[in-house]
Design a protein around this ligand. Structure first.
Ligand code: G3P
Length: 230
């Protein structure tokens, strides 16, 4: 995996603020924050926005989902080859808003390996994160679904599940970057998430719906840098 951790992944979801022309603008702001702080920031826009964004910015672009399918007769599905050609270098898998069966997660990981796509598999709690870690994705992200989109961060509301996840996941897969997400909206949330044992964050509304997403991302990235010296 040629990503540098700690890292920040910004999931654009399907917010209007991160759709079409606004998605491109947001990706440019993420690129600016990444260049100015030296922190790795990845953007995960909607499928139709990937090509334009990947042609414009130099930061990594991930898809939000990949289907466990091969070229052929899978109408309406997302094919790894298409993601690659569009310019994506990785993908989220099993986000809590786009869950997959365990067998399909395993197939998507095989496909990612073959296609050289970075895989970031999401899980909803420490135990599921441990099961995912055993499948050896490039990155795992733990997000308690009940905190997603609330502005009440996992790092403040449920610090114990971050430390539990880090312990379980790194027992199984010591080198794998672990991210956490849900409700992250301040630099302090980011700082705490890293201090609790993660190697980065997965964030959406705190950035996408901010008045000034660049300022928020810059503050998040500065918090990442602070943990290196703290
Ligand atoms: O994928 C990121 C996510 O589900 C967290 O969303 O809006 O709580 O940052 P949010």
């Amino acid at each position: 995996m040629n990503l540098q951790s700690p890292l920040i992944i910004v999931n654009f979801k399907t917010y209007l603020e991160s759709t079409g022309a606004r998605a491109l603008e947001l990706a440019k702001q993420a690129e600016k924050a990444a260049k100015e702080t030296g922190v790795c920031i990845v953007v995960a826009p909607q499928f139709c926005d990937i090509t334009k964004i990947a042609q414009t910015v130099e930061i990594p672009v991930f898809a939000q989902h990949l289907d466990a399918i091969y070229p052929g007769n899978s109408t309406g599905h997302i094919l790894a080859e298409t993601l690659k050609e569009a310019g994506a270098t990785g993908t989220l898998i099993n986000h809590s808003e786009r869950q997959l069966r365990l067998s399909d997660i395993e197939t998507t990981l095989t496909i990612c390996q073959k296609q050289n796509l970075t895989s970031c598999v999401c899980a909803n709690n420490p135990q599921v994160s441990a099961a995912i870690a055993a499948l050896n994705p490039d990155i795992t992200s733990m997000e308690p679904p009940e905190l997603i989109g609330t502005g009440n961060s996992v790092s403040k509301a449920q610090p114990n599940i971050i430390t539990d996840t880090a312990r379980l996941v790194h027992q199984i897969n010591p080198a794998m970057p672990l991210l956490c997400g849900a409700g992250i909206s301040t630099a302090q949330d980011v700082f705490l998430a890293l201090k609790l044992g993660t190697q980065g964050i997965l964030v959406a509304s705190g950035v996408v719906k901010a008045k000034d997403p660049y300022c928020v991302l810059e503050a998040f990235a500065n918090a990442v840098n602070q943990t290196k010296s703290a």
